[in-house]
Design a protein around this ligand. Structure first.
Ligand code: SF4
Length: 274
């Protein structure tokens, strides 16, 4: 983090000296909320909910962000590693099915340290790295052994779209390299008694007008990762934040657009998860 090269932005700011890069967060994490969440995939929810810890700030600049008050306005409170570990143990005590770090990329050192501390104090739940998918391989390698379930977005196949919608023209290539590393660490998704225990679960948000390049993402997963890859083809895109300013994303995808992506994923042999 000093200088910060934690993610592909490579801002090279000194975050311990309160210098701020693209993600907008200094060296200590800012948490916007902690609690059981029942809106995640059923294999993450179970009976007790997914134990989510939402981090403020983000290393992507999506103009349709549904959590822009957290990601871009950075609402939340700064926490220590000890407080983060305590939150994990409290979520476990509440009966949550896992510990789900939402938007973790820019605070990975604190997360790894807190997992280590929490495990020493009795944390046994699987950990979930719930990321926008703009992660560097070097940082992911440092997370090997700390993360049980990788839950990355695969947002785009085309550089021009990634540039326009998320200010990240190298997203497609960075994202594919990151997913390869994630799969190398944890393999295909393992589900026991209806709950995810370990592995890779992809989230793909279908955008209107095929802007996400869905078929290319599915081809990559089936041809270069594994035909056993678990994928959630997400249908909940709606125009938020600045999306109304852009014609192509100012509407929801149609049911036919969603169905075409799901059918293609099944045709390529992938495992659909909801
Ligand atoms: S984690 Fe933040 S400061 Fe560091 S390189 Fe990424 S966007 Fe920049």
């Amino acid at each position: 983090m000093n200088p910060c090269t934690l993610c592909p932005r490579n801002c090279k700011v000194n975050r311990s000296k309160a210098e701020i890069g693209f993600c907008g967060i200094s060296d200590m994490p800012v948490v916007s909320s902690v609690g059981p969440h029942f809106g995640e995939e059923s294999v993450l929810v179970g009976s007790g909910g997914s134990g989510t810890i939402f981090f403020a700030g983000c290393n992507l600049g999506c103009i349709f962000c549904q959590n822009y008050d957290i990601s871009h306005h950075r609402n939340g409170r700064q926490v220590t590693i000890e407080q983060l570990a305590k939150s994990m143990l409290e979520l476990q005590g509440h009966g949550c099915s896992n510990i789900n770090f939402v938007t973790p990329t820019h605070v990975t050192p604190a997360i790894a340290a807190a997992i280590e501390a929490a495990r020493k104090q009795g944390l046994t739940l699987p950990t979930v790295y719930n990321t926008g998918g703009y992660d560097s391989v070097e940082t992911l390698k440092l997370l090997d052994g700390y993360v049980d379930i990788y839950l990355p977005d695969m947002k785009y196949s085309h550089a021009d779209v990634a540039k326009e919608l998320s200010s990240a023209p190298d997203y497609p290539q960075v994202n594919q390299t990151a997913v390869r590393q994630m799969h190398r660490q944890v393999g295909d998704l393992i589900i026991e008694n209806g709950l995810a225990k370990r592995g890779l679960l992809i989230r793909h948000l279908v955008l209107p007008n095929n802007l996400a390049g869905s078929t290319q993402i599915i081809d990559f997963l089936a041809d270069e990762i594994s035909t056993q890859t678990a994928i959630n083809v997400m249908d909940q895109y709606r125009p938020c934040y600045k999306a109304f300013e852009h014609n192509k994303i100012s509407r929801r995808p149609t049911p036919a657009e969603i169905e075409a992506v799901e059918k293609y994923a099944l045709k390529k042999g992938l495992r659909l998860i909801n």
